[in-house]
Design a protein around this ligand. Structure first.
Ligand SMILES: C[S@@+](CC[C@H](N)C(=O)[O-])C[C@H]1O[C@@H](n2cnc3c(N)ncnc32)[C@H](O)[C@@H]1O
Length: 267
């Protein structure tokens, strides 16, 4: 009910404040404050309903750059202990095994959508031979905060859209990780391009922990589509990685607050 009322208010706000709405829709305004966030949610829903995946992707990126992104990290700070160190940890163990059997070939790790950096920090103490750990995130506030929090460590942080950043830095020996729902904000074709680009830099590894929202069945569907409350993209990661020439070393779908796809693949 609360969600329906929010949707109606958002749709009304889009009509009543056309200039603000246009500015958000054009990507000129990052949504801050209740009104802009309402309008942004309405635009996200409209893009998903009309099948305009490019607009949906852009609106979701804007959402993460604004207030809603800024407040996420404190609001869901318990995820690290309850989920990452809990039901998601088999992914880390699988990644450690892959790194240990790589005979020192894997030397750098980029975490896309690193958020508060705790996952990156944890991994930096676990993966032998990997000597460069970099977190990428589109939310500038959290990247600035991470630079303070992890000052004096070897961790590096960069803000910006990860697809462009990754293309500049990927080289043989790269591990690309995303944790807790990040690839869901990218288009299927962006992931296909990213995985194909990474495969060219072999040896590389991709390790993902991504949500599979209700109704998306990777044993039946290969195409990505918006799903879940946020209307972000459910992807068939295994299919996309295999299409790019990767070999899946580990896969699991734990059922926690919802289903997750955990996957480690080598290319
Ligand atoms: C659900 S949060 C997960 C954060 C963190 N990995 C965790 O589990 O706490 C999604 C993260 O992806 C980031 N993100 C979304 N779109 C992005 C993009 N295009 N490039 C880089 N980061 C992005 C958001 O800013 C946010 O920090």
């Amino acid at each position: 009910m609360k969600e329906v009322i929010k949707q109606i208010c958002g749709d009304v706000a889009v009509r009543v404040f056309p200039k603000v709405s246009l500015s958000i829709a054009r990507g000129e305004t990052v949504p801050r404050g209740s009104l802009e966030k309402l309008i942004s949610s309405s635009l996200i829903r409209q893009a998903a309903l009309s099948g305009d995946h490019k607009s949906l992707r852009n609106r979701l990126s804007q959402y993460w750059q604004g207030d809603a992104g800024d407040s996420f990290y404190d609001k869901f700070a318990d995820r690290f202990e309850s989920s990452f160190l809990g039901g998601h940890y088999p992914l880390v163990e699988a990644l450690i095994d892959v790194v240990n059997s790589s005979e020192g070939e894997l030397t750098q790790l980029y975490e896309i959508g690193c958020g508060d950096g705790r996952v990156l920090h944890h991994l930096s103490g676990k993966l032998e031979g990997v000597n460069r750990f970099t977190g990428l995130d589109i939310n500038e506030m959290i990247i600035k905060k991470n630079r303070d929090t992890y000052a004096g460590t070897s961790l590096e942080f960069h803000s910006g859209d990860a697809t462009a950043l990754l293309e500049e830095v990927a080289r043989p020996g790269t591990i690309v990780m995303s944790y807790g729902g990040v690839m869901e904000y990218f288009l299927e074709e962006e992931l296909a391009t990213m995985f194909a680009m990474l495969k060219q830099k072999s040896p590389v590894v991709v390790a993902l922990v991504e949500p599979l929202y209700d109704g998306y069945d990777p044993s039946l569907e290969t195409e990505s589509r918006p799903s879940g409350l946020e209307l972000s993209f459910s992807h068939n990661h295994r299919h996309l990685l295999e299409q790019a020439g990767f070999t899946v070393q580990f896969q699991s779908q734990p059922e926690m607050e919802f289903r997750w796809m955990m996957i480690v693949a080598q290319g």
